[in-house]
Design a protein around this ligand. Structure first.
Ligand code: CO
Length: 132
C-alpha cells in the first residue's frame, strides 16, 4: 500500500495552479471531469504520490458542500490497494462504515471507494485500485 494521492478542495483550478505550477514548480497532468462527483480534477505528481486538486462544477457536488462548511483545504487521502473488492470485504467484516460498499469509477480508469470519516477518526479515506 502507498499514498496514491491527497485530494484538496479548491475554488478555482486555474487560480490554484498558479501556486502549485508557477510558484512551487510542480507539473499538472491529467485534467478530467468526474461527472459522478461533480468535480474537475487536476493531478500533480509529487514523487511516487500525487496531489489531486478538486474544483466543484455544480452546487450539489460533495466538494462544494465540503467547502461551504470548511472552506478550501484537504478533502481526502487516497490509499492505493491491489484488490479493491478484497479491501472492502475486509472493512465490512471489521464493521467499518463505508460510503461506497462496492467500487465505483474514478479518474483515469481507476476504481475507487470512499470510507466514512466517522470510522477513520475524522479523515475521508479513498481506496484506489489502478486497473492495468
Ligand atoms: Co481522490
Amino acid at each position: 500500500m502507498k499514498i496514491d494521492h491527497i485530494g484538496i478542495a479548491v475554488r478555482s483550478l486555474s487560480e490554484t495552479l498558479r501556486f502549485y505550477q508557477e510558484a512551487l514548480g510542480l507539473n499538472a497532468s491529467g485534467f478530467e471531469d468526474i461527472a459522478d462527483q461533480g468535480v474537475r480534477v487536476a493531478m500533480l505528481p509529487v514523487g511516487e504520490s500525487r496531489i489531486e486538486l478538486l474544483e466543484p462544477l455544480r452546487a450539489d457536488s460533495p466538494v462544494e458542500k465540503f467547502m461551504a462548511k470548511r472552506g478550501e483545504g484537504i478533502h481526502h487521502i487516497a490509499i492505493q490497494v491491489g484488490d479493491l473488492e478484497a479491501a472492502l470485504e475486509r472493512l465490512k467484516t471489521a464493521g467499518v462504515r463505508l460510503i461506497d460498499s462496492s467500487p465505483r469509477q474514478g479518474a483515469h480508469g481507476s476504481r475507487i471507494a470512499f470510507i466514512h470519516p466517522s470510522s477513520t477518526h475524522g479523515v475521508l479515506l479513498e481506496l484506489v485500485e489502478h486497473v492495468k
